[in-house]
Design a protein around this ligand. Structure first.
Ligand SMILES: [Cu+2]
Length: 196
């Protein structure tokens, strides 16, 4: 066949390959970051208030995108230091002695592929020597926010701070595919016009 036609065919094949690659979801073999161990541990009942919260993760943390917060049973933030990141570990020191009660540790970190991961867990302080009247027994009004794999996959944000405002994966892929098709169409139309 004539050279221009062959070149056009090659172009179409290249374009279709590119679109196909865009449509293949990111390999699930690339694991996301996840919490390995925590101190205080999940659901721990402590007889003394902790002065530090230490979270160890699967992957290295990015200090710029690591958030660890502590809140009490009334969802009020408890003052802590900023997270100190050492490799896969993030820690905050608790500024005050925690009164007896239920507490929630919430974290948000990024995976090595840039995707955010967040989660939370609870622990309880029940110091038998605490002489201050303890707040009413924790009656959880809402379950702690747990990051589901689906929610994480739909969040394609490479930088934290957008807080899930980035378009879902599907839209991103469709946009890229449409853009690729538009370019190909333009090239093909130009070639056809030139041949006439
Ligand atoms: Cu990812």
């Amino acid at each position: 066949m004539p050279v221009p036609a062959r070149r056009t065919a090659a172009l179409v094949v290249t374009a279709l390959t590119a679109v196909a690659l865009l449509l293949v979801p990111a390999s699930p073999a690339v694991a996301h970051n996840s919490l390995l161990t925590a101190a205080p541990a999940k659901d721990a009942v402590l007889t003394a208030p902790p002065d530090k919260i230490t979270l160890k993760f699967l992957q290295k943390l990015n200090p710029a995108f690591t958030t660890i917060t502590l809140s009490d049973a009334n969802q009020r933030k408890v003052p802590t230091s900023d997270p100190v990141v050492t490799g896969t570990t993030g820690a905050v020191t608790v500024a005050q002695a925690l009164p007896n009660g239920s507490y929630t540790v919430a974290y948000r970190v990024v995976s090595t592929d840039g995707h955010p991961v967040q989660g939370s867990y609870r622990f309880t302080v029940a110091d038998p020597t605490a002489d201050t009247p303890s707040p009413p027994a924790a009656t959880p009004t809402a379950p702690p926010v747990q990051a589901t794999p689906a929610a994480l996959e739909s969040s394609r944000a490479t930088a934290v701070g957008t807080d899930g405002q980035s378009p879902p994966v599907g839209l991103t892929i469709t946009g890229a595919a449409l853009a690729a098709l538009a370019v190909i169409t333009a090239v093909l139309l130009r070639r056809r016009a030139r041949r006439r």
